[in-house]
Ligand binder design. Sequence first.
Ligand SMILES: [Zn+2]
Ligand SMILES: [Zn+2]
Length: 97
Amino acid sequence: MLVERRRPERPEELRGQVGTCRCGAWWTGYKTTHCAAEGCHQTFTGVTAFDKHWTPQHRHPSGAGLVLVDRAYRQKVWGFPPMTEEQREKAFGGRAT
Ligand SMILES: [Zn+2]
Ligand SMILES: [Zn+2]
């Protein structure tokens, strides 16, 4: 039997803890953070990404160097762009696994 793997479109389709906001956004994962500031209402992969869009001032995540990351469900979540080869070398001493 072939199991169809499709992305959930509603929180009810997910098991476990789901966070929701009055703006209609929802997310899963205990690290996921949602900004409920007026005019923002963006979701972030974690506190680090969240902090970045508040530093030095509150702005749209795209202006803070964040990118939309691919989540297993259909919601927009902002996170850090994937590391470049160069950054990986600096971080892991040149040994990419
Ligand atoms: Zn915000
Ligand atoms: Zn919201």
